[in-house]
Design a protein around this ligand. Structure first.
Ligand code: KG4
Ligand code: ZN
Length: 342
């Protein structure tokens, strides 16, 4: 089954064609980083407008790269939420139009489930149970996936998402946007033990808090500067990153132990972080667990992961009602309105 995936939840316009949830026929992303860079973050109204401008040509390009025509599309999968309302609407409208025009089955996908399914594009079909750790610009969340399509959220951030914390710290340090990749790179040349930043909510269940850490970094740099010292940015980056990753690794492994699962699965833009991958792999090896994470291009937002998640839902006989609208706050564990097959 050839599934068209469309993703417009934030600042990337993405279209992909994926066969049987495994074979990526095309996977295109039009990044809006240049549109938002000078604002230091995503401006929702500009994001919606940019999606409108590029989505139709991107659809044509994705089809032609895959060597397909609209009539070859056998399923249409689109991100319904969570994300920016106006941005999501652009993708939804396009997906419904393609599904209605071609008669292909229509399936709405939760963006967070998409990040989870990015793994199955490369690592084979899902073999639940998993403990899933989703960590991106908008989310930091631990969930138990007992079987396909069902999730129990175990904990999440009570304030900033991890990617947001990376972006805010980078902005404070004058390193540009998005901040994650820059800090990751700087940290490779810094000492993770140079500054002991707080490990928030360690040993307190599965929730996360990151705003205190961000403030601690800012305070440290200001204090040093007030005393006439410029703290090495590599050390600040490495020590900040270590504090983030420490808590994430401990909580993820503890969640897997508590739920007695053998497999841990990572997804989301921050999984591109080298230190997180390295430390999680190490901890999983020590605990005798298997850890899955997507290759770098599939960690950040893309439409192949949406097509993959949609394929598995369609294969289980699910269909989403055309009545569905954008759902900016959609939680991972809420089912979408179903349409009965005709
Ligand atoms: O999943 P994603 O593309 O978009 C959301 O759904 O939010 O994640 C984007 C986030 C940004 O905050 C970015 O700074 C962060 O992922 N990120 C990283 C790295 N690469 C991207 N954070 C830390 N280290 C990285 N290497
Ligand atoms: Zn994402």
């Amino acid at each position: 089954m050839k599934v068209l995936g469309i993703e417009t939840s934030c600042d990337d316009t993405a279209v992909a064609l994926v066969e049987d949830g495994r074979k990526v026929l095309s996977n295109l992303i039009s990044s809006q980083i240049d549109v938002h860079r000078r604002f230091g973050g995503v401006v929702p109204e500009l994001a919606s407008r940019a999606h409108v401008e590029v989505l139709t040509p991107l659809l044509d390009d994705a089809l032609s790269q895959a060597g397909l025509r609209y009539s070859d599309v056998e399923g249409v999968a689109v991100t319904v939420g969570p994300g920016l309302a106006g941005a999501l609407l652009v993708g939804l409208a396009a997906a419904k139009a393609v599904a209605l025009a071609t008669g292909a089955p229509f399936i709405g996908v939760n963006h967070l489930e998409g990040h989870i399914y990015a793994n199955f594009l490369e690592h084979g079909d899902p073999q639940p149970p998993y403990v899933c750790f989703i960590v991106s610009g908008g989310h930091t969340l631990l969930a138990h996936m007992a079987e396909q399509g069902t999730y129990q959220v175990m904990g999440q951030t009570v304030d900033d998402a991890a990617g947001e914390a990376f972006d805010k710290v980078a902005r404070f340090l004058g390193l540009g946007y998005p901040g994650g990749p820059v800090l990751d790179e700087l940290a490779t040349r810094g000492d993770p033990d140079a500054i002991r930043f707080p490990r928030a909510m360690e040993g307190q269940g599965y929730d996360f808090s990151l705003s205190g850490l961000k403030t601690a970094v800012i305070r440290h740099v200001r204090r040093e500067r007030a005393e006439g010292r410029e703290p090495p940015v590599e050390d600040v980056a490495a020590s900040f990153q270590e504090a983030v990753v420490d808590v994430q690794v401990h909580k993820t492994i503890a969640a897997a132990r508590e739920r007695e699962v053998q497999r841990v699965l990572l997804g989301g833009g921050v999984v591109a972080n080298r230190r997180l991958r390295e430390r999680m792999q190490q901890a999983a090896d020590e605990a005798g667990l298997t850890v899955l994470y997507p290759s770098l291009p599939l960690c950040t937002d893309n439409a192949a992961m949406i097509a993959c998640a949609g394929y598995h839902r369609l294969a289980r006989g699910e269909l989403t009602s055309f009545e569905i609208g954008a759902d900016p706050g959609l939680p991972l564990d809420r089912a979408l309105p179903e349409r009965r097959p005709a």
